[in-house]
Design a binder for this molecule. Structure first.
Ligand SMILES: [Zn+2]
Length: 288
């Protein structure tokens, strides 16, 4: 489930390896993944990679310079990975969605590979002219970056929506998803269901601090633990998310969870909800 820290470490490692590399060919075995047709993928041949960066949960590979620059805009969705290999993918590798073959600075061949695990094909790629990039809806609708310098939260969160929903809304603040929202709210000792406009000044400061510290900590962890080609499964340093039923790392209370159709919110009743256990919506649905 790649979110800001996972996409950030991917961008950093790929940028270090691919800046200045020359593209020799590009193809999209996952026909559903490529969402654009003009310019064609063949426009990448012979071009130089200028860098790889992150915006929200999107990866951007900048190609070429000046007016005729192009950009690959990539969203990994829930099960995609962007990885760099020294060898070409086998023709029967069913995880391949996009393959960009390059000659790296040292003249070595390498393959930048967008792969996707599981049965869903949700990860996508767009090849855009540089002037189209900022106008693309995936970028144009993004809110301010959650890291390294999130906005003052007073205005951003001044709505009657639950904090967990607000933090995951990319138009409110960009980069946070289900995993890191749990970790951030636990760090800030705030209920996932508290409304954004119910926060007092102290709580807003605590939340902003928790966003910075939590994401900083995750990225620092990946800097130590992750290298190329970038593993299929990143060692996510989660303490609360997916840890329901285990003791809270801060106070020892059993972590609880609320199950939704396609995700789970985990929290500590002592640290976050004044000891209250929130209604498990999966159970209440079944009992109806
Ligand atoms: Zn606790």
């Amino acid at each position: 489930m790649p979110e800001l820290p996972e996409v950030e470490i991917t961008a950093r490692l790929l940028d270090g390896a691919l800046r200045g590399a020359q593209i020799t060919s590009a193809l999209a075995p996952g026909i559903n993944a490529l969402k654009t047709f003009d310019p064609p993928l063949s426009a990448l041949e012979g071009r130089t990679i200028a860098g790889v960066r992150r915006r929200g949960k999107n990866l951007i590979v900048d190609i070429g310079a000046a007016q005729d620059a192009l950009a690959l805009l990539i969203h990994l969705m829930s099960a995609g990975r962007l990885q760099l290999y020294g060898k070409r993918a086998g023709p029967r590798d069913r995880t391949s969605r996009l393959l960009v073959r390059v000659l790296a600075g040292d003249g070595e061949e390498a393959e930048l590979r967008l792969r996707e695990f599981g049965s869903k094909q949700a990860a996508w790629v767009k090849l855009l002219r540089v002037e189209e990039l900022e106008r693309d809806e995936a970028i144009a609708k993004l809110g301010p970056e959650a890291w390294p310098d999130p906005p003052e939260l007073g205005e951003v969160l001044d709505v009657a929506r639950p904090l967990h929903t607000l933090l995951r809304d990319q138009r409110t603040i960009a980069g946070i998803g289900r995993s890191w929202a749990d970790e951030i709210l636990w760090a800030a000792k705030l209920s996932p269901f508290k409304r954004g406009n119910d926060l007092d000044d102290g709580e807003r400061d605590r939340l902003r601090e928790a966003i910075v510290q939590t994401l900083d900590g995750a990225i620092a962890h990946y800097e130590d633990a992750v290298g190329l080609p970038i593993p299929d499964k990143l060692p996510m340093p989660l303490r609360v998310h997916r840890h329901e039923g285990e003791p809270c790392p801060r106070c020892g209370t059993t972590l609880e969870a609320v199950h939704f159709e396609d995700y789970v919110i985990a929290y500590c009743p002592s640290c976050q909800t004044d000891g209250r256990t929130l209604k498990d919506r999966r159970l209440s649905k079944l009992l109806k």
